[in-house]
Design a protein around this ligand. Sequence first.
Ligand code: KG4
Ligand code: ZN
Length: 331
Amino acid sequence: MKILGIESSCDETASSLLEVKGKNIKVLSNVISSQINIHKKYGGVVPEVAARRHTEVIFDIIKKALLKNNIKDVDLIAVTNGPGLATSLRVGVLAGQSIASLAKKPLVGVNHIEAHLLSPFLNNKNIKFPAIGLIVSGGHTELILIKDFGKYKLIGETRDDAVGEAYDKVAKMLGLRYPGGPEVFAQAEKVSKSDIVLPRPMINTKDFDFSFSGLKTAVLYVIKKMDKKQIKKMTPQICYEFQQAVLDVLIKKTKNSADKYKVKSIIIGGGVSANKRLREALENLDYPVYLPNMDYTGDNASMIAFAGYKKWQRIKKNEVLKIKADANLKI
Ligand code: KG4
Ligand code: ZN
C-alpha cells in the first residue's frame, strides 16, 4: 500500500510517499521545504507569511514526493488537520481534498501530535505496547500512555511554555538566532559544566505535568544582572545549565511515568527530540528506548503518512468531505 502524506501545520511544507508491505515500512520520499530563512528576520513564525508560502510551494512539493509515481499509484492520502496555525493547516487540507477528489482516492485527517508520537515507528520495528511517549516540540510538551495505535491517554503536559518554546525564548534573550533549539544546544556544547544555577521546576511533584515558564524567567533574571560583555562570555554556561535543567525534569518525569504504568517501551517525538543530549539521557534509562531518525524529528510528512495509514486501518473511512483544519485539535 502506498500512502501520500501532506504536512503544512507550521513553517514547513512537506510531503512524503510511504510504502507499507505487511510489517515493512519504507519511506520512498521525504520532501521538506522549510521557511526558516523567511521567518528568521522576524525572530519567529509569522502566520500570514507562512500560509502564503505554503500555497506557493505545496503542489511542487507533493509532485516531488510522488517521484515517478502517478497519483493513481497511491492508495491513501493523509493530511495534517491540526493542531497548528489555522491558516497554514487550511492550505494542506485544501490541497489534500483537491487531490483526493480529483484522483478519487481516500483521504484521512491526521493529528500532528499523534504523528510525532508515532514517528519512531518509521525506523524501529520492535516497539511494544504499553509504551510511554514523550512529545517535545515547539508547541507541545506531553507524556502520553499508549496502549495501542489509537489508544492514547494524556497523563501529563506543560502548564505553560512548551520545551521548544522555552529554548526559542531563551535563545532570543541571548541574541541567538531562530529557531533557538539548535543554537542553545550548540552553545551548551562549548562547555562541560556551569557556574550558573537554575531551578528544575516541578521536578519532585507526583504528577507528570511540566512548567518551563519559570525556568525561562530565571534565565532572564540571570541575564539582567550582567552587562553585554558578560552575557556574551557566559552564554555557553547559561545554555548548558538551562539545557541541564530541562533534561533533568524531562528524564525524571518520563522515568516516573514508565515505572508507574510498567511499560515495555519509551518513545519520543517532536522537534526537540533532535537534541543529542536528550537522546543520550533517554537511552541511559533502564527501558527499551526508541528514537526517531533525525529526518523524522522535526516536522515532516512521513510521520503524517504513517499515522494516516494506522488511522485508515482503524476507520477505513474516506474523510474527504469531513475534514476541517482545527488549530486546537486534541490527541
Ligand atoms: O516539532 P517541531 O519541528 O515543530 C512543532 O511542531 O512545534 O519543533 C520545533 C521546535 C523548535 O522550538 C526548535 O527550537 C526545537 O524544536 N528544536 C530543538 C532542537 N532542534 C529543534 N530544541 C532543542 N535541541 C535541538 N537540537
Ligand atoms: Zn511538529
